[in-house]
Design a binder for this molecule. Structure first.
Ligand code: XIL
Length: 372
């Protein structure tokens, strides 16, 4: 505020000067009072996290830490050694960011192409990483022949059954867990009106789980959803579904919480309690797509708040013995999906565009480790 006062044009005369000064001082006082109300007066200060020795990595945090995974983009791997190095050094698990989606694996009806995903699996094997499969039943990233086709219930049932049998069968033994059904609900807790829901009805989820279990009885099967971190209509619907599937003996092992967080919204402080009600059903939970986006440009203050969000998400998982893993949705701002999907936002990852560790990395690491 002082800078603002000093920059005012020179006063024209003594009378005007004192009026201006009074106004400027009042404005300054108001601004200071407003800042006190909106920002930190009532909030605890942001925690600071001890820096992590460069020789240590997320993979070295044991015991007690959930496994740590990341989504992998096949294009980023090609010819980019920094991407591959960080991926191999830091992560216990990988999820194919797009390579296992329907539009990639069956672009034309009956023409299966698992080559991109096979590449990811080979690399994961070479580095001793597990692979999380993503995703078999979703409304998005479907091939045109499917999203634009008109199919009756019997034919669409057969298409879905075949897809699950083919893909889960192909990756049998290589994929340890599947984000099988993705985003079945809307924010109001109603079923999302996908082609699956509208043509096949409510039972498609149980059918999909049974078919996947037949194709690979050892794979852990998850329903995965967005914006279910806090208690809300959507997470209540997810909970009711999970409970009834369990009660009916449908082979469901867990629920995935995507956790695409946004600094413009408060952290979901009831995350740990929410995870717990699902694990109380005898299910496993995982955080499957964690990232924390912000309005650009990033500032030191935003990066510190981001570190706090990453730490809180990791701590919520760590505090629950049945929260088995935390996967981040990409680890570097250089390849994150955020800027393309949320114009004006970005800087959502643990590493910056040059692959340097951000404050979020220390927050995430320390929380997984169980201390600050
Ligand atoms: C995103 C990918 O990151 C992008 O590369 C792609 O263009 C769109 O999909 N929820 C999900 C993920 O379950 O599959 C989405 O991934 C992000 C939101």
């Amino acid at each position: 505020m002082e800078v603002w006062i000093e920059r005012r044009p020179a006063p024209a005369g003594p009378g005007r000067r004192s009026a201006r000064r009074r106004l400027a001082i009042m404005a300054a006082a108001l601004a200071i009072a407003a800042a006190g109300c909106t920002s930190t007066a009532s909030e605890p200060p942001l925690p600071s996290f001890a820096p992590v020795d460069p020789a240590l990595t997320l993979r070295t945090i044991r015991p007690g830490s959930p496994y740590v995974g990341t989504a992998v983009k096949i294009e980023a791997l090609e010819g980019n050694t920094r991407y591959g190095d960080v991926l191999a050094r830091e992560f216990d698990s990988v999820t194919a960011e797009d390579a296992m989606k329907w539009e990639t694996v069956e672009p034309a009806r009956g023409r299966l192409d698992f080559s991109q995903a096979d590449e990811i699996i080979a690399l994961a094997r070479a580095h001793g990483q597990k692979v999380r499969g993503h995703t078999l039943v979703w409304h998005s990233q479907l091939p045109d022949w499917l999203s634009r086709g008109i199919f009756g219930k019997a034919e669409l049932t057969e298409i879905l059954r075949r897809h699950i049998a083919d893909e889960v069968g192909h990756f049998k033994g290589a994929v340890y867990a599947w984000d099988l059904v993705n985003e079945p609900f809307d924010d109001d807790g109603g079923r999302h009106l996908s082609i699956w829901q509208t043509t096949l009805g409510d039972g498609y989820i149980a059918d999909a789980l049974r078919w996947a279990h037949e194709a690979d009885p050892a794979a852990r099967l998850f329903i995965n959803d967005v914006d279910i971190e806090r208690r809300n209509a959507r997470s209540d619907a997810e909970y009711a579904l999970a409970r009834s599937l369990k009660a009916e003996g449908v082979p469901i092992d867990g629920v995935g919480f995507q956790a695409h967080l946004d600094l413009r919204r408060p952290f979901p402080d009831d995350l740990a309690a929410n995870l717990e009600r699902f694990t109380d059903l005898g299910l496993e939970v995982s955080i499957t797509e964690l990232d924390v986006r912000m309005e650009l440009p990033a500032t030191p203050e935003k990066l510190a708040r981001q570190a706090d969000y990453y730490a809180k998400a990791a701590a919520a998982c760590r505090s629950n013995a049945h929260c088995t893993g935390v996967t981040v949705w990409g680890f570097t701002d250089a390849t994150s999906w955020v800027p393309r999907w949320f114009p004006g936002e970005g800087a959502a990852c643990l590493f910056d565009e040059s692959y340097a560790r951000k404050p979020a990395y220390a927050g995430f690491y320390r929380a997984l480790e169980g201390r600050r």
